[in-house]
Design a protein around this ligand. Sequence first.
Ligand code: FMN
Length: 202
Amino acid sequence: MNKNILFLCGSLRAASLNALTMRAAESLLPEGYTATYFDLAEIPLYNQDLDLEDGLPAVMGLREAIRSADGVLWFTPEYNYGVPGVVKNAIDWASRPLFPQHCVVGTPMNGVVATMSATNGIRSLTDLRRYWSNIGGLSVPGPDCVIVNSYLHVSEVDGVPTLDEETQAQVRLALRVLANVIESGASEAIVANWHATVAARG
Ligand SMILES: Cc1cc2nc3c(=O)[nH]c(=O)nc-3n(C[C@H](O)[C@H](O)[C@H](O)COP(=O)(O)O)c2cc1C
């Protein structure tokens, strides 16, 4: 088995704990899986006037990265009780063109939220699942991977992104359950439903 998971980060800041978690997660992938990365810093704010068939290279690159992945794993903070604009914006670009089938349709997705807060973060994860599922993606419903007090668990040791043992176990589980959904064949059913819906519209 040779499967690929696209890692996306919802924080653009250089010292992002979510970016550190993402880089550390590569060593926790299930056997037979590799990670690819796409940097969302180059994606402009969504503008339908710029959303053309042969459109912006960064946007085409994002769509292709999602389309060619077996699954997507987001690493994102929560901003003001919701998903950061960077994440929502990327999902808006990814969701077009709607027909015949945009790149999110049937793509399994899970999320990891690293937050400085001791109590928040879950709303970012539920937003992510809601947006992804509502446009035809396949969101892993749980368990929730929220790394609270992330500054205590995520660090850089001699230049190496490092998670403590408890957090490694959390992230390993998030990867495992995503892999389970990838291997379940549920994607094919979602894609078939998408096409049935399009056909029913005439
Ligand atoms: C604009 C803004 C809003 C924030 N709102 C929340 C929030 O609603 N919930 C939360 O848990 N943390 C919130 N935080 C704190 C983030 O958890 C913290 O900045 C986190 O480390 C950001 O992730 P990063 O380290 O990957 O950049 C907010 C931070 C910013 C800058």
